[in-house]
Design a protein around this ligand. Sequence first.
Ligand SMILES: C[S@@+](CC[C@H](N)C(=O)[O-])C[C@H]1O[C@@H](n2cnc3c(N)ncnc32)[C@H](O)[C@@H]1O
Length: 254
Amino acid sequence: MAASTQVRVLDERTPEERDRPFLPGAGKTWLLPFYDAFTRVGGVRALHERAARLAGVEPGQTVADIGCGTGNLSFTVLAVQPTAQVTGLDPDGDALRRAARKARRRGVALTLVQGYADRFPAPDASFDHVVSSLALHHLDADGRSAFAREALRTLRPGGKVTIADFGGPSSNVEDHGHSGHDHSGHDHSAHGRGPAHALRHLPLLGRSRTGHGHAADGDGLVALLSEAGFSDAREVGHADHRFGRVAFVQATRP
Ligand SMILES: C[S@@+](CC[C@H](N)C(=O)[O-])C[C@H]1O[C@@H](n2cnc3c(N)ncnc32)[C@H](O)[C@@H]1O
């Protein structure tokens, strides 16, 4: 997960991780081409802008964007701080290749790594910032705990984690357990109700009304980061977005 001056896509998955299931950004692999349009129309850009501003990345700092998908938070961080060295991590190779094409079109440097949030392929203390938007609700509770531990490990002392994700006091979401989507977008779970259901999943971005994904409420994220060893974990804001309440949570590595 080293930064570079060009656009790179690296596959850092272990042999075991190659067959590992994950829930794609739009719920189904075939919906990926529509993801950016739906999220643009859905006003997700404002969430990315707020998260990037809250992160407060300084010139030349290293940033890991976990569950980066098609790279929209990474690009927003680069727009706010063009000399940042940003690395995006996501298990979805197609989304990463889409992010790479966008980066080349924009002429920005970006490193994209195929891998999972519970194992950042990066050395200890290698990032100034870990950021993540709308991705942690795609992980189960164990995955989120491992994400927090990995964020702590890979941040330098004084480094900051900034998360924007669904949940919080006004949300009526519940943890429905792992939904069992596989890497090819097939849904083996009880939630799988075909393409129409998957299409509903995309504009809702997941879980709060569809029952997909996993609770990642603001309070839960604060506890998650505190338990992993972060100091000063707190919800620094929220947005009552049309897709559901989005909590902005931050913490500092001691
Ligand atoms: C709703 S999308 C959000 C993408 C992007 N962060 C954004 O704000 O547009 C959720 C992303 O989480 C990724 N994801 C799912 N399981 C993951 C895992 N175990 N580790 C890391 N990313 C994961 C999906 O592939 C998808 O790209």
